[in-house]
Design a protein around this ligand. Structure first.
Ligand code: R5P
Length: 317
């Protein structure tokens, strides 16, 4: 069977809006599947259409409920493989457990690797994702991984918002690579916050490396989880004399009281991508930047066996 004739896109319950938006950009319908729960909460999945010989994409971030949404993703692969799909790609806009990517102390698991193993074992042949917390997670898979960046989509809006003596600031040393890429694209300076993490919830800022006084500061991070890092960073750059402060992050995990913290922060605008559902969160000054079109173009290219890197070349569709 010719793959071109048999493209199928399915989604679980994590982020149906994003899946519908991606399908709209591709001009294809979302695949029919019933995804219910047994009385004890176990997942009860059934495909409502033929997938034999099809090139199938399953769209699902592993957030907001990482275990439930991960298991739905695994269940789809098992189901599709047994239903004779030709190729199965996991489209994971937000890859949870990515921060557990090494043994940073004794007697701890590497859960990012465990998740990669589970995805491959369940039947996935490829992975498509955006802004992995650590790019080297690609190496946890022995199947192809296409790793996209939200930056080109975000940057268009950043250019319109931050206009005067713009400075990109990374809220921690680990985020410098991402921040440097933004600074390079915008042709502006880069500063770094020297942050020390005390626990999952608590961080302490030691220094700001760089002069932020009278600058339009754009704080860039791959994710906002408890909001501690980015909100502390916003406070410190403001104390150091920043003129305006903007927050730009791809993945809005937003756990605990992150929304409260963001609402109290002295910032002009908060830009989050829609890799995780956030439309119903009451965040003031929020603008959602959609990655649906980017994902749609990437899916189409994978389907046609075309280069995905080309999407990031100047003038790309
Ligand atoms: C750190 O390595 C990440 O890039 C983020 O800065 C961090 O995970 C955000 O977490 P939180 O919002 O809980 O400070």
């Amino acid at each position: 069977m010719n793959r071109g004739e048999r493209l199928r896109v399915f989604t679980g319950t994590a982020h149906q809006t994003l899946a519908q938006d991606i399908c709209a950009h591709m001009g294809v319908p979302l695949g029919a599947a019933s995804l219910a729960r047994f009385p004890d909460g176990e997942i009860n999945l059934k495909l409502e259409m033929d997938v034999r010989g099809a090139d199938v994409f399953v769209i699902q971030p592993t957030c907001p409920n990482v275990h439930e949404h991960l298991f739905e993703l695994l269940s789809f692969a098992d189901c599709l493989r047994r239903a004779s799909a030709d190729r199965i790609t996991a489209v994971i806009p937000y890859f949870g457990y990515a921060r557990k990517d090494r043994k940073d102390e004794g007697r701890v698991p590497i859960n990012a690797k465990l998740v990669a193993n589970l995805l491959v074992t369940s039947g996935y042949n490829r992975v498509l994702t955006i802004d992995l917390h650590a790019a080297q997670i690609q190496g946890f898979f022995d199947i192809p991984v296409d790793h996209l960046y939200a930056r080109p989509v975000m940057i268009e809006r950043v250019r319109q918002l931050a206009t005067k003596d713009v400075m990109i600031v990374s809220p921690d040393v680990g985020g410098v690579k991402l921040a440097r890429a933004y600074a390079k694209d915008l042709g502006c300076d880069l500063a770094i916050i020297d942050k020390r993490r005390i626990s999952g919830e608590q961080t302490v800022i030691e220094h700001v490396i760089g002069e932020v006084k009278n600058r339009d500061v754009v704080l860039v991070d791959d994710m906002v989880s408890t909001g501690g890092s980015i909100v502390d960073a916003a406070r410190i750059v403001k104390e150091k004399g920043a003129r305006k402060v903007f927050i730009v992050a791809t993945h809005a995990v937003l756990c605990g009281n992150a929304v409260d913290k963001l609402n109290k922060a002295e910032v002009e605008k908060i830009l989050f991508a829609d890799t995780i559902p956030i439309a119903d969160k009451k965040i003031s000054r929020l603008e959602i930047v959609s990655v649906a079109q980017l994902l749609a173009r990437a899916i189409e290219r994978i389907h046609r066996s075309e280069s995905v890197s080309k999407l990031f070349e100047p003038g790309a569709p």
